[in-house]
Design a protein around this ligand. Structure first.
Ligand SMILES: NC(=O)C1=CN([C@@H]2O[C@H](COP(=O)(O)OP(=O)(O)OC[C@H]3O[C@@H](n4cnc5c(N)ncnc54)[C@H](OP(=O)(O)O)[C@@H]3O)[C@@H](O)[C@H]2O)C=CC1
Ligand SMILES: O=C(O)C1=N[C@H](C(=O)O)C[C@H](O)C1
Length: 255
């Protein structure tokens, strides 16, 4: 029998519930009439709490080191997953697809960034990429962030690099021949990415394009973690009807 989500709220569990994002997600789910928070789990808590509580979907904002274990448990238990945690390499995505192949009907949605403006920044950057000979990405975050570059910056660089490759563009021009280690940032698929960590910041990104006589800057700023919540709630409501692996919010936003 098909589950009628309109008649009964979707039962949601949150992993990383005491963290900066997890606490915000718990609050957002609690305030949504069509969702019910049935489990709030943090480090040291048993994952079985999810199944005991009858969770139908789980949201993971934990840590790159633990997210795969969490997802393996949830997928094995037939729980749909929405994932904001970073650290998803192609290898990890392939592993996930393998798990989902034997779990028909189950959905996992992973988004490097749930803020609408950040999703648009990635899309706009992908569109602009083929028109400029130079590009560099700067991401700026709070100093408690574990990973660098950010998942968003890595994804942005990959999208730009793919668009440049398709257009037949070579690497951005750069005459640097003497470099203090790290001064030119990290290379992600041939695109330079620079990571700033600064107290007072939350999550920010600027993509700089340049060609003869002009530059284009595309910038997004999340000044409050509430900026991620509309995207997270959209993903939670959508994931039960999105079987398989979905990466990014683009398709849910009609992009
Ligand atoms: N996609 C997006 O839009 C966004 C993604 N992120 C990403 O989300 C992740 C979390 O970010 P943030 O909330 O800032 O980080 P926090 O460190 O504030 O929160 C993570 C929480 O997860 C807990 N945790 C650790 N291991 C487990 C586990 N095995 N099971 C359950 N909980 C666990 C941590 O506990 P403890 O501290 O005790 O280890 C902590 O409370 C990061 O990867 C970040 O990059 C962040 C913002 C937006
Ligand atoms: O750790 C964070 O804070 C953020 N992490 C995500 C990332 O690495 O891209 C999303 C956003 O930038 C905030």
């Amino acid at each position: 029998m098909t589950r009628d989500y309109a008649a009964e709220p979707l039962r949601v569990g949150v992993l990383g519930a005491k963290g900066k994002m997890g606490a915000e997600v718990c609050n957002a789910v609690e305030h949504a009439d069509d969702l019910s928070l049935v489990a709030a789990i943090d480090a040291g808590d048993a994952l079985e709490t999810l199944t005991d509580a009858g969770a139908e979907a789980v949201v993971d904002f934990t840590h790159p080191d633990v997210v795969m274990g969490n997802l393996e448990f949830a997928v094995n238990c037939g729980i749909h997953c929405v994932v904001g945690t970073t650290g998803f390499t192609e290898e990890r995505l392939a592993t996930l697809r393998g798990w989902l192949d034997v779990s028909p009907g189950l959905g996992v949605l992973i988004a490097p960034n749930f803020a609408i403006g950040a999703v648009l920044t990635m899309k706009f950057s992908e569109l602009a990429a083929k028109y400029y000979e130079s590009v560099e990405v700067i991401e700026l975050h709070h100093p408690r962030k574990a990973d660098a570059p950010s998942g968003t910056a890595a994804r942005t660089a990959q999208l730009i690099a793919a668009a440049r490759a398709e257009a037949g563009l070579p690497a951005s021009p750069d005459a640097t021949s003497q470099e203090l280690d790290g001064a030119r940032g990290a290379l992600v698929d041939d695109v330079r990415v620079h990571s700033i960590r600064l107290s007072g910041l939350i999550a920010h990104q600027e993509v700089l394009f340049g060609t003869e006589g002009e530059t284009l800057s595309i910038r997004h700023d999340s000044m409050d973690r509430k900026s991620f919540m509309p995207g997270v709630l959209l993903a939670v409501r959508s994931v039960p009807t999105l079987p398989g692996l979905t990466v990014g919010l683009d398709s849910l936003l009609g992009l």
